[in-house]
Design a protein around this ligand. Structure first.
Ligand code: DGL
Length: 263
């Protein structure tokens, strides 16, 4: 069982930012990745719809023999992780949420910004996260429609992307944020452009590395760590396979086989 793969999914290519953290921390693990690109963006879908997609993908990965599941998507986590844990109580499942706790601990100005999808920001789970961890820190939220679609096309620094992004970070800077949470797994791919755009004192925080550490803990607890060597990472998409295969090398350092997931 320990040599079985770890399964990772997102609404699209954003979860590749989390996959990279997992691969770096756990290089012996074989990885399966599914981008649900046919149904992106999740940020504008209903929780019920996202829960259904989560259930389909989880069952697919069970059939593939995955030993653990990672929801490399904040929006899917708020909508679907509780139900998945109920449906598969014996399966290590890792979800993710915006890094409010570390950001609240790090800010000096006392103002933290959150860039995330509309679905994440409107969820009760996010409200509970703020109640629990924001304390006296002021949290300014900013939904970012349109960003995910650009990243899905492999656009990480065009003039149009920069203009869109500038419009999203300006209100956060005007509010006095010194720490910005990247609360969607697509956004870490914008770190290079953000660090050129933002004043030097602004820190960016995301949760990819914490997700990899949580996966490591759960695998260790279950005696499930692989001893390797890892097999090739395999990819699926519910969207257009040639498009996914074209964008993959822009966001992922290796090539890999891409197959269609047509449920
Ligand atoms: N990557 C996803 C997240 O972390 C969502 C992107 C989407 O809207 O589909 O929230």
């Amino acid at each position: 069982m320990s040599e079985a793969p770890v399964a990772v999914f997102d609404s699209g290519v954003g979860g590749l930012s989390v996959l990279a953290e997992i691969q770096q921390l756990l290089p012996n693990e074989s990885l399966l990745y599914l981008g649900d690109c046919g149904y992106i963006p999740y940020g504008e879908k209903t929780p019920e719809f996202i829960r259904q997609r989560c259930g389909l993908m989880a069952r697919f990965f069970r059939e593939q023999g995955a030993k653990a599941l990672v929801l490399a998507c904040n929006t899917a986590t708020v909508a679907g992780v509780a139900e998945l844990r109920g449906d598969f109580p014996d399966w290590p499942i890792v979800g993710m949420e915006p890094a409010v706790k570390p950001a609240a601990a790090a800010t000096r100005s006392g103002v933290v910004g959150v860039l995330a999808t509309t679905g994440t920001l409107q969820s009760a789970k996010f409200a509970a996260l703020l109640d629990r961890f924001a304390g006296d820190v002021k949290v300014v939220t900013q939904p970012c429609p349109g960003l995910v679609e650009r990243i899905e096309n492999g656009d990480l620094h065009s003039a149009a992307l920069c203009q869109l992004l500038q419009g999203y970070v300006e209100p956060l800077l005007a509010a006095g944020c010194d720490t910005i949470i990247l609360g969607c797994t697509h956004y870490p791919f914008l770190k290079p452009v953000l660090s050129r755009m933002l004043p030097g004192h602004i820190s960016l925080v995301d949760t990819g590395a914490a997700v990899a550490r949580q996966l490591q803990r759960l695998l260790d607890e279950g005696g499930l760590r692989a001893h390797g060597p890892a097999r090739e990472t395999r990819f699926w998409t519910s969207g257009n396979v040639p498009h996914f295969a074209k964008v993959l090398p822009i966001l992922w350092q290796e090539s890999g086989s891409v197959q269609s997931f047509d449920l």
